[in-house]
Design a protein around this ligand. Structure first.
Ligand code: FES
Length: 511
């Protein structure tokens, strides 16, 4: 067994192998038909679909386009979203479960048709998708899921072996799914958007929406973009007036490593049914044979040191695969809604011109694409077969109420625990490239010691609703366990819902 090293820095394979175009910061007030907030797969696809129909679009992105969750995905294009179809039949009904499947299939077909239309070289490849298990309990669940496939006419099959060298008792196959290089695909869509007249701006964060005759997005710098429609495609909605999205979803992080091997990949895309999740696919980059292994999902800001999650993936790879070298490690964050179906459509019942798309449960390639299609259909006044299923206005007594109480009880627990949980003496032994939480002048303070031994101190109280952030060693960020806000070592917002940075303290050794 070879002992492998993890790369020192997190870096996404997709972002490292594509040069993305750059766009200016918004400096002026504007008017347009549609303003899209967020430059990930949802925002870019919606801008592409709308601009093709001669709709004027302005797209703004708080950071750099495609560098958020879309740049950190596993990039599976599949309707096999874990074990979901039996659950949807039980909690909703057969018709809604079928619609969910059809929406994912339509998303895959839309991606494929765009690739064919523009002859995009993005390593698109059809593969069968597998959910595998090595547990008897989950074997039974796979059988129940297979019955749901039959009920919904989904082409599937149970098998008792897979071609990967890992122990399995059984696996459920969904035929003819796909994978690709998401940023090669989306880079072309960005180029098409520019050709169609879409105006894109980076480093332009949306802060609020104001209403006059038409709604207007107000940016952090006070610029105003007046439009007929707004699409909030910013991962977590940037605008949350009285709609409480933060209480209707919970954030999870997941991890991926990419390694080189001489072994030929046997085909297929895989995910384990049980925890800890193991998600496996292949990528061929510039002739290089890379295997990607992901998983280790956990709620943001909760659980063990995040570096341990990469370690666990590394140990899994060492045990089962003949890896030569781990060349990438990266992580991603996504939100899961109370009933596991994304929120896509008018953000509240009274704000029909403000559309939201969020809560993709780590299946962003298909969910993000169908979200873009649904939002574009609403704006183009076309019927969408899926708008009711995804409507953010839905609220079902079961299982929503239980889950709602559970999510928010968990938040309350972290509000209290965070306030009590601190350590003084660890500061003395703080190593470089590590962080500690301590109390300075009575205030809970997070201190990171850089590689050059410089100290960076922040107030650990999250600026969203006051939970206490925790250190994420794998990504060197401060993460909030309540609703998933993330902050840099100097306190800047990386992911909302928080909009304001953590308070930063000037620090010297005598502080
Ligand atoms: Fe809501 Fe931190 S993200 S309190």
């Amino acid at each position: 067994m070879t002992l492998l090293q993890l790369p020192d820095e997190p870096e996404s394979l997709w972002l490292n192998t594509v040069k993305l175009p750059e766009f200016p910061k918004l400096e002026d007030n504007m008017k347009t038909d549609v303003v899209i907030v967020g430059g990930g797969i949802t925002g870019i696809t919606a801008a592409y679909l709308l601009s093709k129909e001669k709709i004027n679009v302005v797209l703004i992105e708080a950071g750099k386009i495609l560098t958020g969750t879309t740049g950190h995905t596993t990039a599976k294009i599949t309707a096999q979203h874990d074990l979901i179809y039996d659950e949807l039949i039980q909690h909703f009904d057969e018709e809604k479960a079928r619609k969910y499947y059809e929406a994912a299939v339509e998303a895959k077909e839309l991606i494929h048709s765009i690739i064919k239309e523009h002859q995009i070289d993005c390593d698109f490849k059809e593969e069968d998708a597998y959910i595998f298990t090595n547990s008897e309990e989950y074997q039974q669940k796979l059988e129940t899921e297979m019955q749901a496939y039959e009920q919904l006419n989904i082409k599937g099959e149970l098998t008792d072996s897979i071609k990967l060298p890992i122990p399995v008792k059984s696996a459920l196959i969904m035929k003819n799914q796909a994978q690709f290089h998401p940023l090669k695909y989306l880079k072309t869509l960005v180029e098409k958007c520019v050709e169609n007249g879409v105006r894109l701006y980076e480093n332009t964060a949306a802060k609020d929406i104001e209403y006059n005759k038409h709604p207007a997005v107000i940016t952090e710098d006070g610029k105003r973009i007046i439009s007929k429609y707004i699409i909030s495609a910013s991962h977590f909605p940037f605008y949350d007036k009285q709609s409480f999205y933060f209480a209707r979803m919970y954030p999870e992080r997941s991890y991926l490593i990419g390694f080189k091997t001489d072994k030929e990949y046997p085909g297929g895309m895989y995910i384990s049914a049980e925890s800890p999740t193991r998600s496996i696919r292949h990528a061929s980059i510039n002739g290089e044979n890379l295997w990607l292994v992901g998983g280790e999902n956990h709620k943001t800001g909760q659980g063990k040191s995040t570096l341990e999650h990469y370690e666990n993936l590394k140990q899994f790879v060492e045990k089962h695969f003949s890896a030569k070298e781990i060349v990438y490690r990266w992580s991603a964050q996504d939100y899961t809604t109370i009933d596991k179906i994304p929120y896509i459509g008018p953000i509240t019942e009274s704000e029909e011109h403000v559309l939201v798309a969020t809560g993709y449960r780590k299946w962003g390639m298909t969910n993000g694409t169908i979200a873009a299609k649904i939002c574009a259909d609403i704006i183009l006044n076309k019927e969408s077969a899926y708008s009711e299923l995804y409507s953010p206005a839905r609220f079902h007594a079961d299982p929503d109420v239980k889950k709602f109480i559970q999510i928010n009880a968990d938040v309350a627990k972290h509000l209290i625990k965070g306030k009590l949980d601190f350590s003084d003496d660890k500061l003395k032994h703080l190593q470089h490239d590590d962080a500690v939480i301590t109390r300075i002048n009575g205030k809970r303070t997070g201190i990171y010691k850089g590689k050059n031994n410089q100290l960076y101190a922040v107030d650990t109280t999250c600026t969203h609703l006051g939970c206490e952030v925790e250190w994420n060693s794998g990504d060197r960020t401060w993460d909030c366990p309540c609703h998933g806000s993330r902050f840099s070592i100097t306190g800047e917002v990386i992911n909302g819902p928080a909009k304001e940075p953590l308070k930063r303290y000037e620090w010297n050794e005598s502080s």
